[in-house]
Design a protein around this ligand. Structure first.
Ligand code: GAP
Length: 436
């Protein structure tokens, strides 16, 4: 069976194997806040590294940035968030539950009645205070998107990196939104991580750059292992475009709970640089070296969520198979994303020579990739455990290994096994795990 399972199956694997835990669990938990456990932290780190490599290191026209979460409050007036970053909220008069109006088809999803309060706007930005005095003058916001940190640094990056149009700035970081109805595990939470690109281009080249980024980002998800049938593009209708966008296309993934947005790729026009120039009084125009013309570049913004992507990769990788009379759960994560690449397993944990050889191999391999040693169960169980967390290769050290200095290498996806000389192991793994 592949793909036909519920969110509960993914959530249960994540909790059981330490990908994700409920935040503050020992105090009863905090709604919709999640902590990444040992395997989740590795997965998330691999995901962000793969994104950064693809959009910054593998290109000549991109640089990175790491801006602060707290920004001058006027940023959010200029960006339109103070005024426009709202959802319409309604309360069910019967069960008193609160919903986003656009999430309700007709009746209350909780009690089934159709008796709501009139819709009222609710600003999603989370507030806090800076300094000792908590009054209106000390209010700051936890950024609801990382994008604004890039716009306000446009000139700084331009002047220091000497980039010419078209070029882009990439950033990964936490964002916060006081979502009315956080839902579906890490799909919609109030604290989440974004991977955003702001790509600055000539206005007349913006539509072509937009199309190119849509294709590039779609291909990235495929290259990272998402099955094509679970991915689609959804261009926005005019009525749903954000106040700054001329066009937007979402990359949607078929989650166990239905098709939903994974990443949005918008043409933000020159809205942002114009607004920040106007409100800050600092001119953010670009001067073309050849024509001498000064203008506001257009911005193409591929904006994705790290947590949503992690959830999509986990859901897509989850497979249940029948092996003889047994059920095998296997996470077919790509080699770049798999939290652990290699597990070293001694066949007989009571044989000190086997154990010593296994430890020595592990010590050597962990210099080049994420590697674990495990001897806490029978070999069959150890294989299943590693399959379930997506470990690419299992290396088994047995009695024969002591004689011929070879180990059994078992590949996760096919369960095929071959004997490899220990002296060739590094090269063998390098060829299969490092090279693209
Ligand atoms: N700068 C543009 C922007 O923030 P967005 O569509 O609101 O656009 C971009 O957010 C991406 O951030 C989404 O596609 C999604 O992956 C992620 N995201 C947004 N809100 C989220 C939430 N409450 N929880 C988890 N991820 C979220």
């Amino acid at each position: 069976m592949t793909g036909k399972f519920t969110m509960d199956t993914v959530v249960s694997l994540c909790k059981r194997r330490g990908f994700l835990f409920q935040s503050s669990e020992i105090y009863g938990g905090l709604a919709s806040a999640w902590d990444y456990g040992p395997l989740g932290a590795e997965l998330k780190r691999n995901l962000k590294n793969a994104w950064w490599k693809a959009v910054v290191h593998d290109r000549d026209d991109m640089v990175g940035l790491d801006a602060s979460i707290l920004m001058h409050p006027t940023v959010w007036q200029a960006s339109g968030h103070t005024e426009n970053f709202t959802d319409i909220l309604v309360d069910c008069k019967n069960c008193k539950k609160r919903f986003r109006q656009d999430h309700i088809k007709k009746n209350c999803p909780s009690c089934g009645k159709n008796d709501f309060t009139p819709g009222r706007p609710f600003n999603l930005m989370l507030k806090t205070y800076l300094g000792a005095v908590e009054d209106e003058s000390s209010v700051v916001y936890l950024r609801p998107e990382t994008a604004q940190g890039i716009f306000v640094n446009f000139k700084n990056v331009l002047d220091t990196s000497r980039k010419k149009l078209p070029f882009g700035i990439a950033q990964i970081g936490k964002s916060f939104r006081n979502e009315i109805t956080p839902s579906n595990f890490v799909f919609r939470t109030r604290e989440f991580e974004q991977m955003e690109i702001e790509y600055f281009t000539y206005p007349d080249e913006a539509p072509a750059a937009h199309e190119k980024w849509i294709a590039d980002r779609f291909d990235w998800y495929l290259a990272m292992g998402i099955r094509k049938e679970n991915l689609k593009l959804r261009p926005h209708g005019k009525e749903e475009l954000a106040h700054y966008a001329a066009a937007c296309t979402d990359i949607e993934y078929q989650f166990p709970f239905g098709w939903s947005e994974l990443e949005g790729i918008a043409n933000r026009t020159d809205f942002d640089l114009k607004q920040h120039s106007k409100v800050s009084g600092k001119e953010l125009k670009y001067k073309d070296q050849v024509s001498g013309q000064e203008f506001y570049p257009y911005i193409i913004e591929p904006s994705g969520g790290v947590d949503r992507a992690a959830l999509a990769f986990l859901a897509d990788a989850y497979h249940e198979e029948k092996v003889r009379d047994d059920k095998r759960v296997v996470l077919r994560l790509s080699k770049d994303l798999a939290p652990i690449k290699v597990a070293v397993l001694p066949l007989l944990k009571k044989n000190s020579e086997i154990v010593a050889m296994a430890h020595a191999i592990k010590e050597d391999i962990q210099k080049q990739c994420a590697c674990v040693y495990d001897d806490t169960a029978s070999i069959g169980k150890l294989y299943r455990r590693q399959d379930e967390i997506g470990t690419f290769y299992c290396l088994t050290v047995d009695v024969q290994s002591l004689e011929d200095k070879q180990v059994t290498v078992r590949f996760r996806d096919t369960m095929e096994q071959e004997r490899i000389d220990v002296s060739r192991l590094k090269e063998y793994l390098n060829e299969r795990l490092l090279d693209r």
